[in-house]
Structure formats: C-alpha cells, structure tokens
Design a binder for this molecule. Sequence first.
Ligand SMILES: [Fe+2]
Length: 263
Amino acid sequence: MSFIDIHGHYAWNIDDGMPSYEDARKALELARENRISAIVATPHVTPGVHTKDDIHDFIQRIDDLRMLATEYNIDILDGCELFLNHDYQKALDQNLFIPIENTQYVLVEFDVRKEIGNEQEIEERLYDVQFKGYTPIIAHVERYFKNGLDIERVNSFIESGCIIQVNATSFLGYHGKQAKKIAFQLLDEGLIHVIATDTHRATGSRKPCLNKIFYLLEKKYNYHAIHTLMSENPLHILKNEWLEPVYARESFFKKLAKKLKSK
Ligand SMILES: [Fe+2]
C-alpha cells in the first residue's frame, strides 16, 4: 500500500513551506516513511504578486525537488496552490498558475482567515477557473467555515464539478477544534474526494503524516474508503480521470462483524 500526496509545500525557499534544501530532504525522508510514493509540489501562487518569472522559478525549484526525491523513490509532479483572491482573473488570463502536471486539475484556495460566507463571488471564481478549462480542487475546505459547516454549500461545490480536499492534520486538530469537527463531518457526510498533507515543514504539526492519519481513520471508517481518499482518488487526478467523493462510514452491522472478528 502506498499513498499519493497532492498538496504539499516541499519545494524549498519559494513560499512559506520548506525553508531549506535540508528541510526538504528531511520532509521527503518522512514522506517515504509515511509510504508516500508521489507528491504534487504546490507552492503558493498569489495573483497580483507573482509574475511570469516567479512561475518559471517555481517550476525550476520543483525540478530540483524532483531530482532530490529520486533518492527516496518518490515521484514529484508540477502543481501550485492558486489563491483565488480579487486579482485571480489576471492570473487566469495570463496563465500565471501551474495546473497539476499533464491534467486539467488545479489546486485552489481561498483566504483561510475568513468565513467563506455566502458570497456569490466564491462560486464565480470557481466557475471562471472551470470556464478556462480546469477542474478546481478546493484545498482544505474544512478551514473556511468559521461559523460551522454549511453542508449545502459543499454539496453545491461538488455538484458544480469541484473536487474537495481536506488536510490530514485537520483530523488531529492542528487547524483548531472547529476545523477538526468539520473534517469529521465532511467525512461522515461523504463530501471528501481527497485527503492530503499540505506539508509545510519536516517537523512539528505540518509535516507528512498520511500513514498515521490512515490508521487513525481506518479504526472508525471503512478501510477501503480511506485508502481511496489517500491513494486511488489522488491517482485518478494524476491520470486526469474523473473521481467521486467517498462515503466512508461503516454500517452498524459491518462494525459489529469487525468487533466480533477481533475478539
Ligand atoms: Fe497549502
């Protein structure tokens, strides 16, 4: 069994992720220990700030990371985390972003410090990404609902063709109690397509941790469903295939059978 991490700031010295080559090396080592076999490198891209030269530098550094990762037998794919701020249209018009390598998918984020609210703007921005020919993967959805999860809203994101990504560390409470609660609610409701690490460091709370989260979740949820969220669905993305959200909750009878079997 191996995992695919579609969201991580492993490429060093280009955003708030790995500060150095040595840190990137340690993070890759840890990723390997976590049975991660492929990583999409997703440096932050901020429209209105990053230029064509910056995008070029990001791709160069991802290439450097790719070289380093061969030592750990990990495949590295190009990508970015595109901040859909008020200048997003410029980035779309000028192609100042990096879709996931050879696919129609692009990882996008909103401001995590704010409640996502009911602003129509959010839907408009996602629609514009789709109009450009890309499928948005909404990063760490659990972090946007400061006033509690709006299930209908997430459902409408999915119905409109967006992919929902949740951070593995949210299940441990590293993004606060509210994000933890919402991560589990999303999992219970079958509203997640992919779980990824959003790794920023080689130590502390934002390091590669998929193995730990896998075993934490498979105690309570369907084993195959959790595997799909961390391995099969990310692979569909890398192959540019369609994917469905995963219903992970086990039925009462299955849970009982598992319990009896373990006795
Ligand atoms: Fe990120």
